[in-house]
Design a binder for this molecule. Structure first.
Ligand SMILES: [Zn+2]
Length: 315
């Protein structure tokens, strides 16, 4: 009943943090996302466990080119003799020439962290890359995988609708839901506004579009499948609005960017903690930050970039 959908833990950061997926249809396979260079052995192991070989893989589909999803693409595809890379048209050139991607991510994380965390990015040969505009269908041995343009988290983001399984692979568009926050009320979810392309209106619209397909589950990168899609979408919409309000308030009250950033981090932590506790989660502020500290930091950074881009475009 799992329609040949396998969850792979890429091993990035901690267990159950970063997922990739292996889809199998009658002996042929597709990966959706792939983690980093360090995840490649786990991807190959997943194939082996499914009784397949690297030659069985026809597709590596990337939801977007952020490195926790796509960093290992060049290394992985070098191991897959028959696979083609499927990527959003805005992401394709960054997979063919990863220098700009490397520089952009280094600006966020620092060059040292980049080397150890992700490893050097290996380019993908242009002739192995398929650009997937909105409505592009990938055929996995006859099983259609529909690629939808879903901006909001990033402008180079696509989501994949698998009609046969009736599930969506949402990358980061449908937020983050770590299993440590599961309670009797089900999964807890929050949006991700990682730098540098957060767009609240686009994110609302993309979430509405995915929910409109009426999938039975969303398969998130962080982490795994979640059901009860309508309820979780409402949680996301409410928090996107709350996060925009947090950003706008911090902008109004803080004269310098360091202060603004700290104010946003504190308010985001308050928001997620109050929602997690209302959800029945038993943890406190410190244990929340153990799990979400990095996301709070990145979400605050992304909101800061969004605030500054609004100022520029209004000027
Ligand atoms: Zn991302």
């Amino acid at each position: 009943m799992n329609h040949g959908v396998h969850v792979i833990d890429t091993g990035f950061v901690r267990p159950r943090f970063d997922a990739a997926y292996l889809l199998v249809e009658e002996g042929r396979a597709a990966f959706i996302d792939c983690g980093t260079n360090h995840s490649v052995p786990r991807m190959l192991q997943a194939l082996d466990k499914a009784g397949l070989t690297p030659a069985s893989v026809d597709w590596l589909i990337l939801t977007h080119v952020h490195l926790d999803h796509a960093g290992g693409a060049g290394e992985l595809i070098a191991q897959l003799p028959n696979a083609r890379l499927v990527v959003h048209p805005r992401g394709a050139r960054h997979m063919i020439d990863p220098n700009q991607l490397w520089a952009g991510a280094s600006a966020v994380y620092g060059e040292d962290v980049m080397e150890t965390t992700y490893g050097r990015l290996r380019p993908v040969a242009a002739e192995r890359v398929d650009e997937a505009p909105d409505g592009h269908v990938v055929s996995l041995n006859g099983r259609p995988l529909l690629c939808l343009d879903t901006p909001g988290h990033a402008r180079h983001h696509l989501s994949v609708y698998d009609r046969q399984a009736n599930v969506c692979f949402t990358g980061d568009t449908f937020g983050l839901s770590y299993r440590e926050f599961d309670t009797a009320n089900g999964p807890f979810i929050l949006p991700t506004t990682t730098p540098v392309q957060f767009d609240p209106d686009a994110l609302h619209a993309s979430i509405r579009r995915l929910v409109g397909l009426k999938p039975s589950a969303m398969y998130l990168t962080h982490f795994g499948p979640v059901e009860n899609v309508g309820k979780l979408a409402n949680d996301l919409h409410a928090q996107i609005d709350a996060m925009v309000n947090i950003a706008t308030a911090a902008q109004a009250h803080s004269s310098d960017k360091g202060q603004r950033h700290e104010a946003m981090k504190a308010a985001l932590t308050d928001l997620y903690l109050s929602r997690a506790q209302a959800h029945g989660w038993a943890g406190d502020r410190a244990s929340l930050l153990d799990l979400l500290g990095m996301d709070v930091e990145l979400n605050a950074q992304g909101l800061g970039v969004w605030l500054d881009s609004r100022k520029t475009s209004a000027a």
